[in-house]
Design a protein around this ligand. Structure first.
Ligand code: ADP
Ligand code: ASP
Ligand code: MG
Length: 457
C-alpha cells in the first residue's frame, strides 16, 4: 500500500489532472490511497472571498465565488463527458450553495472567526476531491471518495489544528483500510479535519503534506509519495535561485531542519509521522513523473558536499528584550519563554547575553500582544524586514571550521544573529530581507561548485 498526495499545482487544470490520473493508474498494483489539496490557488482565493464578505463587500465576494465555481465546473465538464447529468454535478452545486450561505452569514455578522474560516476553506479540498474521485471512476478506476473529517480528528485550534494521534490513527485504520483491502482506491482531502464535536478544522496552510504523512503512518504503507511542481528537495528554493539542483536522498533529520527553517517544499509536520514509522517519503514532479525525485529516509547516502540544501525564512523580525536590571536573570528568561508559549510563538533563532535576549521570529505571527506582555520585563526593540538563512546537511556534523567558510563568503553582508549547535546538522543566521537572494547565490556557488553526481541531479 502507498499514499499519493497531489498538491494544488498538480491539479490546477485539465491537462494536469489527466496527468495525475495516468500517474495513479501506473501505481494501481501498489494499492494507492490518494490525498488531494484544493485545486490551483483555490485556498487563498476562498480566504480572500471570506475576508471580503466579513468586510461587507458581498457583491464582490459573490462575483469572486462565481469565478471559483466556474473554474471547477469547467474543469469537471472537460474531464467527464456525462457531467451535466451526473451526481457529481449535484454534489458540486450543493457545496457552492453551502459556501454562498456561509459567506452570507459572514457579511451579516461582519466577522470572520477562525472557526468559520476553516469551514469555508475546507470547500476547496471537498470540491477538488469530488472532481478527482469522479474522474478516476470515469476512467475505470475503482475510486471511492471519503470525507477526511470522519477520521482526521483534531484539537480545537482552528486554522492550525493538531490531529489527536490515537483517534486519527484508529479512524484511518477503520475507514480507509477496509476500502483498500476490498480493491478500492480511496480519494480524500488533505489539510482538513474535524474536532471531536464535529466542527471542521484545518491543519494550517500547506497542511495536506501532513495529512499524507499521517495516513501513511496509520496505514503502515511502504512509501508516501508527495507530488509537486518541483523535482524534489532542491539545493535551494528554485523560485529564488535558478541554478538549484535536486538532492536525490535527504535524511529525515535534514528534511525536518529544512522545513523548520522555512523551506516551503513540505509542511514542517510531515516528517515526524514518517520518521516514527520509518516510512520513506518520495517527492516527485507531476509534470515529469519519470524524473528520479527525492527520497527522504532515516539515513541518507553520504555525499562529498558539506551542505545538502539552503533554506530561508521570510519575513522575520528580531525581538530584542533588554532586561530590567532588578529582575533575576533566570526569572527573566523563564518569563520570556512563558509568554512565547502562551502566545504560540516559536522563535527560530535565540541568543542571550548578560543584559537580555534576542530572538528571530516569523513576522507573520501576530506579535502585538506578546510585545505588550514582554515590555513588563524589559525594554523591547523590534527590527523588521529580516530573514533567516539556514545551511543544512549531515556532513556539517563532522566538518571543522564550517562557520568560517560560510562567513568568508559574506564579508560585506550585515549578519545580525548566528545560531549553530542547537542542531549538529545546520547553521542559521539572520540578514536583511533584501540580501536573501544574493546571499543564497553566493553560498550556493561556494558549497555546490562541484555537486556530487551521485547525490545531486
Ligand atoms: P504543493 O502545492 O504541491 O504542495 P508547494 O507549492 O507547497 O507545492 O511546494 C513546492 C514549492 O516549494 C516549490 O514551487 C518551491 O518554490 C518551494 N520550495 C522551497 N524550498 C524548496 C526546496 N529546497 N526544494 C524544492 N522546492 C522548494
Ligand atoms: N490547500 C491548502 C493550502 O493551500 C493545503 C495544501 O495545499 O497543502 O494551504
Ligand atoms: Mg503545499
Amino acid at each position: 500500500m502507498i499514499v499519493m498526495k497531489f498538491g494544488g499545482t498538480s491539479i490546477e487544470d485539465i491537462p494536469s489532472i489527466e496527468r495525475i490520473v495516468g500517474i495513479i493508474k501506473s501505481r494501481l498494483e501498489q494499492q494507492p490511497v490518494v490525498i488531494n489539496s484544493a485545486m490551483g490557488k483555490t485556498t487563498r482565493k476562498l480566504l480572500d472571498i471570506a475576508r471580503l464578505s466579513a468586510d461587507g463587500m458581498d457583491e464582490k465576494a459573490l462575483l469572486r465565488l462565481n469565478e471559483i465555481r466556474e473554474y471547477h465546473f469547467d474543469m469537471a465538464r472537460g474531464l467527464m463527458p456525462d457531467f451535466e447529468k451526473s451526481e457529481t454535478r449535484t454534489t458540486l452545486e450543493r457545496y457552492f450553495e453551502e459556501l454562498q450561505r456561509l459567506l452570507g452569514g459572514l457579511s451579516v455578522l461582519r466577522e470572520l472567526t477562525p472557526r468559520s474560516q476553516d469551514r469555508i476553506l475546507s470547500y476547496g479540498e471537498l470540491v477538488a476531491t469530488t472532481i478527482i474521485a469522479s474522474t478516476l471512476q470515469n476512467r475505470g478506476i475503482n475510486a471511492r471518495w471519503l470525507d477526511a473529517r470522519e477520521f482526521i480528528i483534531t484539537d480545537e485550534r482552528f486554522t492550525r489544528a493538531r490531529p489527536i494521534d490515537e483517534l486519527t490513527f484508529r479512524g484511518i485504520q477503520e475507514k480507509v483500510l477496509p476500502l483498500v483491502e476490498s480493491g478500492h482506491v480511496p480519494v480524500t482531502q488533505g489539510f482538513i479535519g474535524s474536532t471531536r464535536s464535529g466542527d471542521t478544522t484545518t491543519l494550517g496552510f500547506e497542511g495536506s503534506d501532513f495529512t499524507a504523512a499521517l495516513a501513511g503512518a496509520a496505514l503502515d504503507v511502504s512509501k508516501i509519495e508527495i507530488w509537486k511542481d518541483v523535482n524534489g528537495i532542491m539545493t535551494a528554493d528554485p523560485c529564488i535561485f535558478a541554478g538549484a539542483r535536486t538532492a536525490k536522498n535527504v535524511s529525515f533529520e535534514e528534511a525536518s531542519e529544512l522545513t523548520f527553517f522555512g523551506a516551503k517544499v513540505l509542511h514542517p509536520c510531515t516528517i515526524e509521522p514518517a520518521c516514527r514509522k520509518d516510512i520513506p517519503v518520495n517527492i516527485y514532479n507531476s509534470r515529469q513523473p519519470d524524473a528520479g525525485g527525492t527520497t527522504i529516509t532515516a539515513h541518507a547516502n553520504k555525499e562529498t558536499n558539506i551542505v545538502k540544501s539552503i533554506a530561508y525564512g521570510m519575513p522575520v523580525c528580531i525581538m530584542n528584550i533588554v532586561s530590567d536590571s532588578q529582575v533575576d536573570p533566570a526569572a527573566f528568561l523563564r518569563s520570556v519563554f512563558d509568554i512565547l508559549e502562551r502566545e504560540g510563538i516559536i522563535p527560530c533563532v535565540v541568543t542571550t547575553a548578560g543584559v537580555g535576549i534576542a530572538m528571530a521570529v516569523s513576522a507573520s505571527e501576530d506579535m502585538e500582544h506578546a510585545i505588550d506582555e514582554l515590555t513588563r520585563f524589559g525594554t523591547v526593540n523590534i527590527a523588521r524586514e529580516k530573514a533567516t538563512i539556514s545551511l543544512v546537511g549531515e556532513n556539517i556534523r563532522t566538518t571543522r571550521d564550517f562557520a568560517p567558510v560560510v562567513f568568508q563568503n559574506l564579508e560585506d553582508v550585515n549578519v545580525y544573529m548566528v545560531s549553530q549547535g542547537a542542531s549538529p546538522i545546520s547553521l542559521t543566521f539572520v540578514v536583511d530581507e533584501s540580501d536573501v537572494s544574493s546571499v543564497i547565490a553566493r553560498l550556493h556557488e561556494a558549497f555546490f561548485r562541484e555537486p556530487d553526481p551521485d547525490m545531486f541531479d
